[in-house]
Design a protein around this ligand. Structure first.
Ligand code: AMP
Ligand code: ZN
Length: 299
């Protein structure tokens, strides 16, 4: 029997945290499998990275300088406070002053794990990796599945030469465009600025010349996916080389709950119908004679 939430809705969201019922969960997993399969078709290996990132590693990536507003940590109670909490009849707040210092933060994007994992490597061929992670972002306000404090992000990452990364991102823009067209989703594509190298970096000038971030948005303004070109920023900071030079990197990112939001909205609130539409669109894209399938045959 399909299980909705206790409220009878396909999902409920409280304090920026979502609970999905059976059908919305199935839709999210179906979407994730589609995006992951695109990654595999483009030559990516599937990996799983640690759910916490070392603050020292992120510091090398200017993370605290550029994204202090996104930082979330898993606070652990200081051992000196255990007894006090054990004695309380009801705990509604864990006070910041009761926490032990921590050297780790929660990821706000799935791809950091990949760059940190290959840090120091000398690549002789482009590397493509796909991964999914629960990402945490402290936002000003939360709004249904459109703006959550914790959400799942599927990414397909390319590390290699500039042309490899550009080709990777172009292939994903084409796939997103084709998929949205088949779904009747009507996504608009917009240039955005990428804050990875926002400050004190000559690379920010480059953003004016070549788009480094493009976002795909549903009709209500919800950005469901982005392609991101970091130039050789991560290559330099993580000491990753490709053919003897700092590697270029880029990623295609899909916010899974936002796709669920958009597709269920399009299908009059019915996650089951939305899932059927996703399965049909994905199968049609895999059929011989389509751009994506033909590209694979040529490759
Ligand atoms: P970004 O790195 O900002 O391009 O994020 C990648 C994708 O994650 C976006 O295209 C969204 O689909 C999704 N996303 C970003 N922030 C949120 C949020 N607060 N809630 C839900 N999804 C989000
Ligand atoms: Zn990314």
């Amino acid at each position: 029997m399909p299980v909705t939430t206790k409220a009878g809705a396909p999902w409920v969201v409280k304090d920026g945290l979502a609970t999905l019922g059976h059908e919305a969960t199935a839709l999210l997993h179906t979407l994730d499998a589609v995006f992951a399969s695109w990654g595999v078709q483009e030559g990516a290996g599937t990996m799983d990275f640690p759910p916490l990132l070392a603050a020292a590693d992120l510091s090398r990536l200017d993370y605290f300088r550029n994204f202090p507003h996104l930082v979330s940590v898993v606070g652990r109670l200081d051992s000196g406070r255990w007894a006090g909490y054990a004695e309380q009849a009801e705990v509604t707040t864990v006070r910041a002053g009761d926490l032990a210092d921590t050297g780790h933060v929660l990821p706000s994007a799935a791809c950091y794990g990949a760059y940190l994992h290959v840090a120091g490597d000398e690549l002789t061929a482009p590397l493509r990796v796909t991964t999914v992670a629960t990402c945490h972002r402290a936002e000003q306000e939360y709004h249904g599945l459109r703006r959550l404090g914790a959400f799942r992000m599927r990414e397909v990452i390319c590390i290699g030469g500039a042309e490899d990364v550009r080709g990777h991102l172009a292939a994903f823009r084409q796939r997103i465009h084709d998929f949205a067209g088949r779904l009747g989703l009507g996504l608009t594509r917009e240039r955005a600025s990428d804050p990875f190298f926002r400050r004190h970096d000559a690379r920010q000038l480059f953003q004016a010349l070549e788009p480094v971030k493009e976002e795909f948005s549903y009709g209500d303004g919800t950005a469901v996916a982005s392609t991101n070109y970091h130039l050789n920023f991560f290559g330099e900071r993580c000491g990753i080389t490709y053919a003897g030079r700092p590697a270029f990197t880029g990623c295609a990112a899909f916010g899974l709950e936002r796709w669920v939001h958009a597709l269920v909205d399009l299908h009059a609130g019915d996650p089951g119908r939305a899932r059927e539409a996703v399965e049909e669109a994905a199968a049609a894209m895999d059929a011989p004679g389509t751009a994506a399938a033909d590209g694979r045959e040529r490759a």
